[in-house]
Ligand binder design. Sequence first.
Ligand SMILES: [Zn+2]
Ligand SMILES: [Zn+2]
Length: 335
Amino acid sequence: MKSKSTELVRATNEGLYCEQGDFYIDPWRPVSRALITHAHSDHARWGSGEYHANVKCAPLLNLRLGADLPLKTYKAGEKFKMGDTWVSFHPAGHILGSSQVRIEYQNKVWVASGDYKRTPDPSCDPFEVVPCDTFISEATFALPVYKWDPGEVTAAKIFEWWQSDQDRPSLLFCYALGKAQRILAELSRLTDRTIYIHGAVETLTQIYRDAGIKMLPTSLVQNHEKGYGFKGDLILAPPSAHRSPWMKRFKDPQTAFASGWMLVRGTRRRKGYERGFALSDHADWNELNQTITETDASTIYLTHGRTDVLQKYLQEQGKEVKLFHTEYEAEEEAS
Ligand SMILES: [Zn+2]
Ligand SMILES: [Zn+2]
């Protein structure tokens, strides 16, 4: 017997490590064997010897980490052996291919959530509740103040903002992987107009199209000649393009940012956007609590975000709550 430890996952300098299976989950340093929950840059890092992920995650990982990535893929729910453990990936509802990792060893089950949400999202598979003894949950937006509207409500607000000024270009900034495609999918219920996109959004959007996600038609901004004004058009671009020379071609645009952080007034003003739309791909306070309850786990580990308030709240309900220090970011500045 390799280990007498009852812990199936522990935090190390390299990342969350499962000794019984000899693998890491979303390691932040190169390791021999990495299981990847999703393709955001703080979860999927370069340099590991072997990568294992859900099959829908593969094109995104190949784009970001290389076409020759040593990657093995699995269907959702497919069980495979890792060391002395059985492992499977289950949808997390965060972005295309995003998965929770279920680990079974002897008679114990641990689930690592990765990033997740419960709010319906037409651009990825919905979160699956996976019963477990121990649940490792993200806690990015773990304060009661965070409560999301349904995506279609926020999409309707974005549509209204865009339609309200047809004399100017409408520049909507959002993360290039996940958020942009979700907006394109949500808006396809309201219009069939073509949306203009920044180059950083293009290949990622094509991967979503290839995966069968229904989105609005898109056209690359850079394919239009210099004099083209984009009057009355909606343009999606990553936050890194805000106030960059790229913006110069748009005459007097109205600007907005779509992110969960936009729920808190002040963030928008600080970042210099005229409007903010609270659209998040993470669980809000209620979703976190609902999920933790539904997994029926008696022990909870919390990662990234505001862990303190949620920890106290869960402890008051008699749950055992521990923290993992990780190097994941609060919300990806993916580009
Ligand atoms: Zn993420
Ligand atoms: Zn994350």
